[in-house]
Design a protein around this ligand. Sequence first.
Ligand code: NA7
Length: 538
Amino acid sequence: MSNQYDAIIIGAGISGMYQLHKLREQGLSVKAFETGSGVGGAWYWNKYPGCRFDSESYTYGYSWSDEVLQEWDYKERFAAQPDTERYLNFVADKYDFRKDIQFNTRVTKATFDEKNSQWEVELDDGTTARAEILVSASGPLNAHTLPRIPGIDSFKGDWAHTARYPKEGFGGRGADFSGKRVGVIGTGATGVQVIQEVAKTADALTVFQLAPEWCAPLKNGPISPEEMKDIKANYKKIFAECNETFGAFHHAFDERSALEVSEEEREAFFEKKYNEPGFGIWLGNFHDIMTDSKANDLITDFIARKIRSRVDDPKTAENLIPKDHGFGTRRVPMETKYFECYNQDNVQLINLKETPIEEILPEGVKCSDAMYDLDIIIYATGFDAVTGSLKRIDITGKDGEKLTDKWANGPRTLLGMQTVGFPNLFTLVGPHNGATFCNIPRCIEQNVEWVSDTVAYMKKNNFHSIEPTVAAEDAWTIHVDETAEGTLFPTADSWFMGVNLNDPTKKRTFMLYAGGQQNYRAECDKVAENAYEGFVLK
Ligand code: NA7
């Protein structure tokens, strides 16, 4: 059986839901297919203890619905996962999204039918569906990766990757780990959130750390009803301010160089930023900390001193200080008393660079020097970032070309929205896209609106196919790489750089657009204003 639509959307997270809304507004027949049983994407899947925003809550929601803005109250400056999942369900209910979403359904295959200029998707229930427009809204951090450790399946206790953590916790105990010996593998943004939560109740928590991160304080706190009232009156201004900054966060880089101010002034500024809520220490710092290695050395040294001052045992402190990359060149995990966890008797840190994991046994984790018996293992080992969720679908474009083959040496795109040979396929928050390094809903709205306007333009002008030119794709791909070279990001291995030690086939290449979301937005607008220059419309 084949179901015919004007557009098919893969995924019903923040981007999929808004894309559904915008295309439905145009009177198109639209269907979204979602693997999960509910809406929310990342906020549906990531139910691990301690999961919450690093973006200020009131900058994160959809800006397109005044009703939602006025009806939803945030209780915390950085909302926890259950609140965000509730919020996204509230929006889905209000706009009756569910009637056009088929849940519990994975898109396994997508094939372009050149003759009819249509995509046919195959679903894991054995059915197919067709549409002229195919929008992937499958998320940049969705395809989770487990470590390649011998014996991983032999563990007899409870275990989960953070992105598939059981909703009710192990044994229905939520975040109560009393009486349990817990191991956490991975210390990125997720691992840090998990560790500080598990440390509160576990009898014993063993952290298996491959590489420490430059974490900084989140400074979460409540939002009072009065503050919320004020926020509601100022949403327009808040979103406009976000849209003026590099990453669409409510933090803008300081125009001064870290090198031009006196030592006292610099130290006082770093201290102020360290004590402010959110990403200000990273994205509201001196503008050159991300582009000039001398400026970066100064903030790196400041954060190292902070870690030393917060961790009692000097050897543990040194193990928690990154030695191979500067502050901010990888994603900065935001923490709440994270470093103080290591001063507790129930928490121990294992430096896997010194004593690597050899295997996982039924009783726990065996490192080169010792065996750690465990009841629970939590894998916070990250994702096949940005391209992973696309790679897991067997996507075939013109002339039988596979997307995985085309991107075998790294993605090639125009604006991170489309790739040559795959007409009418739009990749929201895809590789090379300005939305991927961003306070994500702010940039998702830009992505979705651009795609919606493009589809409307096609309909109005009776075009049935859109695809980049090879020259425009080459130019954008080179621009993405050159823009990254102007920053310090390529100096570190990270998921920004496509590095994932659990997937050795992945090439080291910059996956995002580092030119700032304002510039990205301007580039997209310019293309549309110039009748989609760089694209072939037929
Ligand atoms: P990340 O940031 O990719 O972190 C994964 C962590 O897991 C990181 O510390 C890895 O060390 C570690 N890891 C990965 N594989 C292994 C193995 N095999 N053994 C031990 N440790 C391992 O994922 P997160 O979920 O924390 O965050 C992803 C994004 O979600 C984050 O940036 C936010 O934007 C939201 P490594 O770094 O590879 O040395």
